[in-house]
Design a protein around this ligand. Structure first.
Ligand SMILES: Nc1ncnc2c1ncn2[C@@H]1O[C@H](COP(=O)(O)OP(=O)(O)OP(=O)(O)O)[C@@H](O)[C@H]1O
Length: 338
């Protein structure tokens, strides 16, 4: 998986290579640390002075300070040092009328602009023209339009929850379901057929004609690494129920089957890994052939059976393997007969 990142980052997209420049300049001019506005780091600093447990901790540490004559800087002083930077950022966003993300009712995020800020709250004018008063901690800087829909989230100038969600949504609305977050491929379930699979795309990824984020690219990188290093590779696919894990496995298998020389080679590999799968295959073939013979002429039946069964094996290999394990006992009996 890590190879995927390196290869694809090296190639980079035009957005990746061109966009970060103006942002860097702005931040440098303002002496604003990258991602400091709304970042975890700044929020931690803010929370440390507000949460009761953190305050207790600070008190304890201050006690310790009294005892230790050597200690010169208290954590409280560190927090105070960071506060002006946060305020500077907010002031800058007000001055430049830059867009921010604001958490409104129902945990939803909306774009807006800060009108003014006082203490821990800010007045924000939303894109809907409504003005709301929110905690400054609930504000996050929005990225410039030019970065909208970028393919790798690490290209974003400001990496925060609303910016990530928005970027994925923009891509999703254009049926671009894959994005990257550095080494990780993010897939958003389209719940419909999207025209990004099949032989045309397989050969495009095989020949490296495209490098847009895709499950084929991940499978290809794992395959290349396996061949180069002569070591087994793992592709970890995770997500909540219904996220599309099984579909993704099938697509990765489809690509690997094509790389390995087609369905026949994949079957050989499966059988080599689990010889009992051959029995399962034979069982399916026989029953399917019987069915096809009853439906069409004898000559066609055999060919159609093989292609249909091979297709099923590629698409249902994970389930087939589970079934094979369950039928272990039955297979033993069959082995004796054969
Ligand atoms: N890449 C995709 N293209 C089109 N439809 C998809 C894709 N991925 C998932 N789907 C749709 O989403 C449904 C659920 O996907 P899938 O069964 O792979 O989820 P899952 O994560 O394996 O779920 P579970 O953990 O409950 O088994 C599929 O039946 C399919 O309709």
């Amino acid at each position: 998986m890590e190879v995927v990142i390196e290869d694809q980052n090296q190639n980079g997209s035009s957005v990746a290579s061109k966009q970060p420049e103006p942002e860097k300049r702005k931040e440098k001019d303002l002496r604003v640390k990258r991602k400091s506005f709304g970042s975890k780091k700044m929020r931690r600093a803010g929370l440390s002075s507000e949460s009761p447990s953190a305050a207790e901790k600070e008190e304890e540490e201050e006690e310790g300070m009294k005892i230790s004559a050597a200690a010169k800087v208290t954590p409280v002083e560190n927090v105070d040092e960071q506060k002006p930077e946060w305020n500077d950022n907010v002031e800058y966003f007000i001055k430049k009328k830059l867009r921010i993300w604001c958490r409104v009712a129902n945990e939803q995020w909306q774009l807006g602009k800060i009108q003014s800020t006082a203490a821990d709250t800010s007045l924000v004018i939303l894109s809907t023209a409504n003005v709301v008063e929110v905690s400054t901690e609930e504000l996050f800087p929005a990225n410039p339009d030019i970065l909208e829909g970028c393919e790798d989230l690490i290209q974003l100038s400001y990496l925060n929850e609303p910016s990530v969600l928005y970027n994925l949504r923009v891509r999703y609305s254009q049926d671009v379901i894959y994005s990257k977050a550095g080494p990780v491929l993010i897939a958003v379930n389209p719940f419909k057929n999207v025209d990004i699979y099949g032989n045309y795309f397989i050969s495009a990824y095989q020949t490296k004609a495209v490098d847009a984020p895709h499950v084929y690219a991940v499978a290809g990188a794992a395959y290349d690494e396996m061949m180069r290093e002569e070591k087994n590779q793992s592709i970890i696919i995770s997500g909540e129920s219904g996220a599309g894990k099984t579909e993704t496995v099938k697509l990765a298998m489809q690509y690997l089957a094509a790389l390995g020389g087609g369905v026949g080679s994949l079957l050989e590999a499966c059988w080599a890994a689990d010889p009992k799968a051959r029995l399962e295959f034979k069982e399916i073939t026989v029953s399917l052939e019987k069915l096809l013979r009853s439906l069409c002429s004898d000559d066609d039946a055999e060919d159609q059976t093989i292609s249909l069964v091979q297709e099923r094996v590629v698409y249902d290999f994970p389930k087939l393997k589970m079934k094979t394990t369950k039928k272990k006992k039955k297979n033993k009996v069959m082995t004796n007969k054969i």
